[in-house]
Write a protein that binds this ligand. Structure first.
Ligand SMILES: [Zn+2]
Ligand SMILES: [Zn+2]
Length: 267
């Protein structure tokens, strides 16, 4: 298990003891994190030219778009089935749909990867029985592969100037943010857990300057009237410790429910 995975799991264990109301939700995410920690990933199969990467980043093109990237089909399929089973165990109400999803073939699962990464439509026949659930399962399935790949390439993109609201590695949108000392915000990629900095003001999804939010116990829920996206944000300016954003994403799942109930959308 990597340091990242064991730190995430121990932080979630600590959070579980502090938030008994979130115990069921945190149990599910600990099970997912444990499964993801055991996926045998082999990042860095390709080589890239440094100038080409710098040029792509300069044009707002994420690094992953330069790679012909597909996880090992067998490992991908085993991970997909395991993620579907974990979700089914913790969400009995969704178990029937998840059992059906777990039966997708290796080819069908592999064919989900590219459209997911570039934001293309996934064929309806594959999305049945539940489109939203397919995206959730895919997000959890691909996370260990994408995270390992992002860690492999980290030094190639982390120091390049990047002012976009999407991830410099995989192009995914943020699902959590933190306000830092100074005038910066740190965003967390919803797919690969890469973190990157952008300016404090404005909606990362549409670039609009709107800044309305609800605040509660150090957390802010930003909502954009322009594009209807929301962004969960932790005000970490007065904290003594550096927050672990993938754990913060889990302990604030109640904010996702509240935002969606108001008609706003996440990534
Ligand atoms: Zn990413
Ligand atoms: Zn917006």
């Amino acid at each position: 298990m990597t340091d990242h995975s064991s730190f995430l799991i121990s932080t979630l264990e600590q959070a579980r003891s502090e938030h008994s109301d979130l115990a069921l939700m945190i149990d599910l995410h600990m099970a997912l994190a444990r499964a993801q920690a055991n996926v045998p990933v082999t990042p860095g199969a390709q080589s890239l030219d440094k100038d080409m990467v710098a040029q792509a980043l300069d044009h707002g093109q994420p690094l992953l778009s330069l790679l012909v990237w597909t996880p090992n089909p067998q490992v991908l399929t085993e991970t997909w089935v395991e993620i579907c089973n974990i979700l089914a165990t913790h969400r009995a109400d969704l178990a029937e749909a998840l059992t059906q999803m777990a039966r997708l073939s290796v080819d069908e699962i592999t064919a989900l990867v590219h459209p997911y990464i570039v934001g293309d439509d996934i064929p309806e026949s594959v999305l049945a029985p539940s489109p939203a659930l397919t995206y959730v399962a895919l997000n959890h399935t691909l996370r260990p592969f994408l995270r390992a790949e992002a860690e492999h390439w980290h030094d190639w993109f982390a120091h390049a100037p990047w002012y976009q609201g999407y991830c410099p590695f995989c192009g995914g949108g943020p699902d959590f943010a933190t306000l830092e000392k100074g005038e910066t915000r740190r965003l967390l990629c919803s797919r690969c857990d890469t973190e990157w900095k952008i300016g404090r003001v404005g909606c990362p999804f549409c670039g609009d300057g709107t800044n309305s939010y609800f605040e509660d116990a150090g957390y802010r829920l930003y909502m954009c009237e322009q594009c209807q996206h929301y962004l969960k944000t932790l005000d970490a300016r007065k904290l003594d410790t550096v927050p672990l954003l993938p754990a913060e994403r889990v302990v604030t799942l109640g904010m996702d429910i509240a935002a969606r109930a108001k008609g706003y959308v996440g990534v």
